[in-house]
Design a protein around this ligand. Sequence first.
Ligand code: UFG
Length: 322
Amino acid sequence: MRVLVVGGAGYIGSHTVYELIKDHQEVIILDNLSSGYMELVHPEAKFYKGDIRNKEDIASVFKQEKIDVVMHFAAKIVVPESVKEPLEYYHNNVEGVRTLLEVMNEYNVKKLVFSSTAAVYGEASGVCKETDITMPINPYGETKLATEKMIQWVANAHGFNYVIFRYFNVAGADQSLKIGLMKDQLTHLIPVAIQGIIGLRDHLTIYGNDYPTKDGTCIRDYIHVSDLAYAHVLGARYLNGGGKSEIMNLGSNSGYTVLEVAQAVNEIAPLKYIIGPRRDGDPAELIASNDKARNILKWIPKYTLKDIVLSDYNYRKKISNR
Ligand code: UFG
């Protein structure tokens, strides 16, 4: 298979490229490097610098390369930023995909694996199924849901097939430690807690301990980025083998409280934490039902929470030394 990975120099995109290459697939990357890094680009992948909002940039790749399946990761994903800059989010996340779909249609490449998010479920609490109501509570989730719908209408009109993956809480780093989450301004729980044990932060603030959960802190479903990336390999193989369009959650079917995550990090090295006020927009509990991905793709996540925190720790230690 020849797979075009749009956003293949970013965190999840680069892990997917590594899994595709392990699976002996040919990879072409298109990335504008706005939040991606050349050092995350796999040396065996062919790289094009370009922006998905620019039709010429996309078309020039399709002109030069034969492509079987397209994967899209080139999205803006920071929730509070989306609240401040909604137009930027619609432009990049919706208009970018619209342009990509237009070019795919022109070049008759009609198989797409698309990254969506649990943020489409909004305030949902408990175990989310793909058939649950979608009611995003921020522009980020709205742009992903709008794009899901656009893809579905385009599939209907032009005979595309797609796999839309809704990610839950993604963390960790590839075992090789060549790639991982590089950002300086980290906000997600696991990398923030890890910074607390490698001297890059004094403590972790836990946002609220008065939620209706077993220890009062929020429950989330954590998934190792390499497990998530491998699901994309299976998704591409599925589409290439004639599989029909589907939306699937990618999570682990189980949840951990913030305190349990802090405890898992504390087992590596002592972590100081304080309890702060609740953060706006945090649902008490968000867990994926992953039955659909298990049944259709035979996808079985293999990494535990312990593996996830340890791999992020090893990666963060490695990049903090330079
Ligand atoms: N948390 C803290 N302290 C921190 C950071 C986070 O207590 O310093 C808590 C949050 O309040 C939340 C939990 O840890 O209860 C997880 O928070 P993250 O910021 O790591 O992740 P979110 O659950 O808010 O969101 C992520 C993605 C979304 C996606 C969602 C799916 O950013 O895009 O997972 O579950 F929709």
